[in-house]
Design a protein around this ligand. Sequence first.
Ligand code: SAM
Length: 264
Amino acid sequence: MNRETIKEILQNEGILPQSKFGQNFLCDEEIISSIVELCEIGREDRVLEIGPGLGSLTYPLSELTSNLTCVEIDHGLAEYLSDNITNARIINADFIKAKDLGFFDVVVSNIPYYVMTDIMKKLFGEFPKARKMVFMVEDEAIARIDCGPNTKQYGPLAILCSLYGSYTYEFKVPHTAFVPQPRTTSAVISFRREDTADILSPGFVKFLNTCFAMRRKMLKKNLSQMFAADVIDEAFRSVGISENARAEELEPETFSCLYAALKK
Ligand code: SAM
């Protein structure tokens, strides 16, 4: 889908892009092909796309699998896509609130930037069995995704990304690749699942949020909202975490071991 096609659809359908939903539609055909290629979709793959918009990625994705589910918050866009794409299940819903979507092998999204963290947390918590995830994000948000302990940005999102699997920064995307153009540069990133993802679940996401609820407080204090004191003490001993540890000091794998010990 190129710039002219997108402008034409917007005009013919009377659609005004809504900035509150982060609507910047991808119009660079080379970038679209590269993203779709990165998804490595096979015929039988169950694919989830969040925020299909006008279908820049949806059309080429729908040619690769007959098992494509798209979740779009905007009623007008969801209706437009349902009328025009035959080979995909279009669900008009807020992805953050959507339930019972099924199982997926591949997840792809040109993520609406205002809700990036919540979308990624939900994906890693609820769809950790997916083999591959490919995202377009704001370039400056990478600092929150690709960072380690003892940095300002380190938190639940970075830990989930690290435990899900191997991360690749694929390429930068200039603001000129969208209609309308955002102010910032974007980037395409991908994750390939590894066995460390076995720990991921909605409960684990909740546990991480609790660990970081008050960043400057000791981890033990934060966890006391969720577990009894003796359970925490025993788990800290068995994993070898110091009494005074703060969440921001611990490696992603330590959270994985701690959660397993607490759930015993
Ligand atoms: N995939 C299209 C593309 O690449 O051109 C559109 C990408 S645009 C950056 C983000 C899309 O996500 C918009 O269509 C927007 O309406 C949709 N969206 C925003 N918030 C959403 C949410 N909470 N759940 C589902 N879709 C959402």
